[in-house]
Write a protein that binds this ligand. Structure first.
Ligand code: ATP
Ligand code: MG
Length: 421
């Protein structure tokens, strides 16, 4: 036997037994997004590398060390997308979607060359939202309320909301200098990355994962102290809206996002139940990005949630396995085996929601019945020569005590179609 090939480190198969949890997250999100009037957009998994450099920023973890970049056969530098915002904005500009406000959402795999660990993978999945063309705190509030609703629908309880404002570019610039002064005075205690970024991207240092640097950062001056009136009013309006809607939140003045393009609102939903990787959803406002990518100045706000982390939360809460099959159809004898698929099709015509599996591959009655039992189906349907002659189907309940019945087609449809608890 030749050596078997395995999946790439940090990139995982999602096996059938876990799919119900994924579908629960995906279906829940899709239903809510559609109910709020958001439209799905799908963009390629691969973009020119330049797109991510220009949007995410050169001096960020993602662009500096996490991108899957390669040269294609033309010698162009391409990258697997590490996130969805840049592609959405590119597509909106390219297709002239910016003439009116857009509420967009996307989902799919993202790729980052990170150190694989619990909750952190090299291929992971996001569901994200980008609203283009709306500037007010009302839309920021809307998307936060929408995420809160998603947690309720999914049955995710213990998750908290942190909120901050990164101010406007001028306020950040003024603050930047205070921060550089402070961090320079403590440069000796900072890790290498942070020391290097101290001048190129000091705000990013606030997001450091390095414990010693975190201790320094804890004493750093706060951007919230340098917010102008409009930025403050914007944040206040969101806070008031959250209070009115009964959503708890904390202002975390040290909350910054890893990406360069945010301004004003930033928020994260965090859980304590997943260990170190507790952020399940992160987002904020990025009013400068569209223009930075060559579009006309357009305010924008969005978020992305990590599907793996939500799936793990649901799994910890013991949620959801696949709904069982309603019926498993077995057939004995040549003629019955020819008839069985036709019977199955007629049942499917009559009951479009019926979850029916047809036995394939023949075998003895006993072995077919074993399969029926293993399938998890509620009922075995039996079609043999005698049933065929009499125009009935044998029905055996597999999950409860009940006498075996013989039903004609119409009665069978009524029986299988009847609602069950
Ligand atoms: P972190 O600071 O944890 O690296 P990030 O700022 O890189 O997070 P975002 O780019 O904002 O994360 O992504 C939004 C969400 O996507 C995260 O909150 C998380 O739930 C999920 N996510 C990000 N990176 C990964 C990953 N490598 N594996 C699994 N999920 C991820
Ligand atoms: Mg990251």
């Amino acid at each position: 036997m030749s050596k078997s090939i395995q999946a790439i480190r940090g990139m995982h198969d999602i096996l059938p037994e876990r799919i119900p949890l994924w579908q629960r997250v995906e279906d829940g999100a899709r239903q809510i997004l559609s109910a709020y009037g958001y439209s799905e957009i799908r963009t390629p998994l691969v973009e020119v590398t330049e797109l991510f450099k220009r949007s995410i920023g050169e001096v960020t973890d993602i662009v500096e060390k996490e991108m899957y970049s390669f040269e294609d056969r033309n010698g162009d530098s391409l990258s697997l997308r590490p996130e969805g915002t840049a592609s959405c904005v590119r597509a909106a500009i390219e297709h002239g979607l910016l003439m009116q406000p857009q509420r967009l959402w996307y989902r799919g795999p993202m790729f980052r060359y990170e150190r694989p660990q619990r909750g952190r993978y090299r291929q992971f999945h996001q569901i994200g939202v980008e609203v283009l063309g709306l500037a007010g705190p009302d839309i920021d509030l809307e998307i936060i309320l929408m995420t809160a609703r998603l947690w309720r629908v999914l049955g995710i309880g213990k998750v908290r909301l942190e909120l901050n404002s990164l101010g406007d570019p001028e306020e950040r610039l003024a603050y930047r200098q205070h921060l550089i002064d402070y961090l320079s005075a403590h440069a000796d205690s900072l890790d290498d990355d942070s020391r290097r970024r101290l001048h190129s991207n000091p705000l990013r240092v606030l997001d450091t994962k390095h414990p010693e640097s975190q201790a320094i950062v804890a004493g750093a001056p706060l951007l919230t102290e340098h917010l102008g009136e409009t930025s403050r009013a914007h944040l206040d309006a969101i806070c008031r809206g959250l209070e009115a809607a009964g959503i708890d939140y904390q202002i975390n003045p040290r909350l910054v996002r890893g990406l360069d393009y945010y301004n004003r609102t930033v928020f994260e939903w965090i859980t304590e139940e997943l260990g170190a990787q507790g952020t399940i959803c992160a987002g904020g406002r990025y009013d400068g990005l569209v223009e930075q990518l060559g579009g006309r100045a357009t305010p924008a706000v969005g978020f992305a949630l990590g599907v793996e982390r939500l799936v793990e939360l649901l799994e910890l809460a013991g949620h959801a396995s696949a709904p069982p099959l309603d019926a498993y159809l077995i057939a004995m004898g040549e003629q019955a085996q020819r008839e069985a698929p036709l019977l199955a099709e007629r049942l499917r015509d009559a009951l479009p929601a019926l979850r029916l599996q047809l036995h394939c591959g023949g075998g003895s009655f006993k072995s077919q019945f074993k399969r029926a039992d293993k399938s998890g189906a509620r009922h075995a349907l039996v079609l043999g020569e005698t049933e065929l002659e009499r125009g009935v189907v044998g029905v055996k309940a597999l999950r409860e005590e009940a006498a075996q019945q013989e039903l004609e087609f119409e009665a069978l449809v009524d029986y299988l179609g009847a609602p069950r608890g």
